[in-house]
Write a protein of this length. Sequence first.
Lengths: 112, 110
Amino acid sequence: DSGVTQTPKHLITATGQRVTLRCSPRSGDLSVYWYQQSLDQGLQFLIQYYNGEERAKGNILERFSAQQFPDLHSELNLSSLELGDSALYFCASSSPQSPNQFFGPGTRLTVL
Amino acid sequence: EDKVVQSPLSLVVHEGDTVTLNCSYEVTNFRSLLWYKQEKKAPTFLFMLTSSGIEKKSGRLSSILDKKELFSILNITATQTGDSAIYLCAVGGSNYKLTFGKGTLLTVNP
């Protein structure tokens, strides 16, 4: 158990819908990262937040957005969902002292 | 753009064999290289290598970093079926952002 929690574990929805994935980092970690993992693309970095502010952006679509709240939990919002958005979405957190990221169990999103 | 390339993409060995997994990288402002193991769930941390720590060992696993040639290897000796997993290499640049390779799928047969 890494100490990072993600909800829900599984999500099944239809094309065009909007979903919200939630992540709570390890106690004391200020950085939260979101990744998308699909079979053909591997682990793709989406976005990073540090203490409530966006710090780095990766291959995140405009239909996707994220935020980190004052209590440091983070949410990833996915809208106008397409079949290709089906993937495993991981959240990770790290402390200010180390680049090592601890991963949550992931949310498996299936878009039908 | 930062880039991490792992090879081979997949590998099948027998228990007891020794394997070497490769990771080459191009990154701006290199800070660290990390190895993760991913079984059916989330990636779990194995090693971190930096300029001040270019060789790490833990049990049957060991890793080295060649900062001049921009690559790292992960060695696993006396492999066991429990070593079967995807091994991910990631490189950290500025802002602690990690760029991951696509991974090496290791299958260890009894």
